[in-house]
Design a binder for this molecule. Structure first.
Ligand code: ADP
Ligand code: MG
Length: 252
């Protein structure tokens, strides 16, 4: 097994040390060791049920681990209360299903958390929101309701909303799985742009082209474990494990 995932990284934004997670008798994460550096783009791939979503959800403590430690920006996760609330606000999440507030405009969706959690005043939050909506290509939709947007536009709004909190890291869990091919390309282009700007990103995806072109490292998971960690070049041309070879054969 390649050991890039175990390398101690002084600049780590997210670090898993010996993390285990069980649902009843089912071991969903088995001794996860992974360090994601500042500005790094780590793409997690693997078959359904591998534990990819659970791994993402442990980072902001939406799932509580049974064993091991997770450090974010060098600090242990807060356990509860206001500290946990603030901590979560510093981690962006973009899921498969669009988690926008359906009864609020796109602009309000983007400004809500910066105003409520960071205490930004309206003008500042709106300036930032317009800049971010412009960046993701949907500034003209600022006053629209989520239902008036295409799936790809909604997902880009969700990205703008995450960015508005100036997060330490953004977690993407299959952000394009529910989208048509054209919307998928729009969202991937936005993600590629973020990657190019040095955003720290953990991305679960089946889009191998994105992994190839944007990942600094590919993490291959199966059955709750990290099977391989490698550069995209190495992983896609010469995966080390039989498990990864058969997975790649199935998605190509
Ligand atoms: P992936 O995202 O790689 O498809 P998941 O992290 O969603 O995998 O799931 C890993 C395993 O954990 C699966 O077997 C899934 O059924 C199980 N699992 C996920 N969430 C729960 C839960 N809340 N309760 C029980 N089992 C769960
Ligand atoms: Mg999943």
């Amino acid at each position: 097994m390649k050991d890039a995932g175990q390398t101690q990284n002084k600049n780590a934004i997210v670090e898993f040390r010996g993390v285990w997670k069980r649902f009843g008798a089912l071991e969903v994460l088995k001794d996860i060791n992974l360090s994601v550096g500042r500005g790094e783009v780590v793409v997690i791939i693997g078959p359904s049920g591998a534990g990819k979503s659970t791994l993402c959800r442990t980072i902001n403590r939406l799932e509580i681990i049974d064993q091991g430690e997770i450090f974010v920006d060098g600090k242990p996760q807060p356990v509860e209360g206001k500290e946990l609330y603030k901590f979560r606000a510093g981690i962006g999440m973009v899921f498969q299903s669009f988690n926008l507030f359906s009864h609020k405009t796109i602009l309000d969706n983007v400004t809500l958390a910066p105003r409520k959690i960071l205490g930004q005043d309206k003008a500042v939050a709106q300036d930032t929101a317009y800049r971010l909506l412009d960046m993701v290509g949907i500034r003209s939709k600022a006053d629209a309701m989520p239902a008036q947007l295409s799936g790809g536009q909604r997902q880009r709004a969700a990205i703008a909303r995450a960015l508005a909190m100036d997060p330490k890291v953004i977690l993407f869990d299959e952000p394009t799985s529910a989208l048509d091919p054209e919307s998928t390309q729009d969202v991937l282009a936005t993600m590629q742009q973020l990657a190019g700007q040095g955003t720290t990103m953990i991305v679960v995806t089946h889009e191998m082209s994105f992994a190839r072109s944007c990942a600094d490292r590919v993490v291959f998971m199966a059955d709750g474990a990290i099977v391989e960690t490698a550069s995209p070049d190495a992983f896609f041309t010469e995966p080390e494990s039989e498990r990864a070879r058969s997975f790649l054969a199935s998605v190509r």
